[in-house]
Design a protein around this ligand. Sequence first.
Ligand SMILES: [Mn+2]
Length: 330
Amino acid sequence: MERLSATDLAALPMRVAVGQMSELTDEQLAFAVQVGVSDIQLNTPNLPGDARWEFEDLKALRQRAESAGLRLITLENVPIRFYDKIMTGQEGREIQLEDMIATVRNIGRAGIPILGYHFMPNGVWRTSFETRVRGGAVSNEFRYEKVKDAPLTHGREISAEQMWSNYDWYLERILPVCEEAGVHLALHPDDPPVPTLGGIARLFCNFDGFKRALETHNSPMHGLDFCNGCWSEMLGGEGVLDAIEYFGSRGRILYVHLRDVHGCADDFEECFIDEGQSDVKAVVRKLREVGFNGFILDDHVPRLVNDTPYGHRGRAYAIGYIRGLLDATG
Ligand SMILES: [Mn+2]
């Protein structure tokens, strides 16, 4: 398969992908083929390199997907250590920027068209990974109350103003490289989307943050990894439709994490895709209505009886459900 151009991407239909694993094992490739998808996403792929990814490794990864008849369409997240100084505005960020520029160029040259990213120096937080949901399936939860006095993760507080300054510094420099390299940047919400955790302000915890990011760094190569779970936490079940309307009709939704929760940003638990507070059928209909033609991924799922650490059973359930939604609304 040749490198996908922007035009080729636009010609693909809305579809389901398998992803969120860090390695392309034979088993993972077989699973993707078995559940009937043609696109693969990897999250923080386990590649050599302490500071950057190399062309040959990226190319080999894409070819490995293609050997199973699959398209490696997205890498979500480089390791935080690749750009932690950039995010926190520390000394040494220039060196990290040079390495990130090299990584983006290598991703483009390897023919991988989308790079998902986030701007959370202290990552994703949950207060339990043993939350029991329907029938005893194992999920997770976040209760802000339990972490509101958590110690500083970086030894100091970083304000929203400073985080915006760090973000703008980075995007001003990396986005032109993405444009040149043919790599789309897809922004994931802060997870959980609360204003601050461990002393670090979280920029992407409300509608205005995303609007500001995409307006300030305005390019067809810059859009969203629309995480329905996080948006549902931010705006509630109805609000996700407004967000899809706004960003989707502007062509800024690059791909979708379709999961859901019960609750809101500072107090929620993740649940099965069919029982959340948003109407996922309406979500898919809205995505069609705004002309979204990227891929949809299950993201996180509750683990079922005898499930694997990756959650093959829970994922197969969600992926089949999403495929059914696409068929039913097509
Ligand atoms: Mn997500």
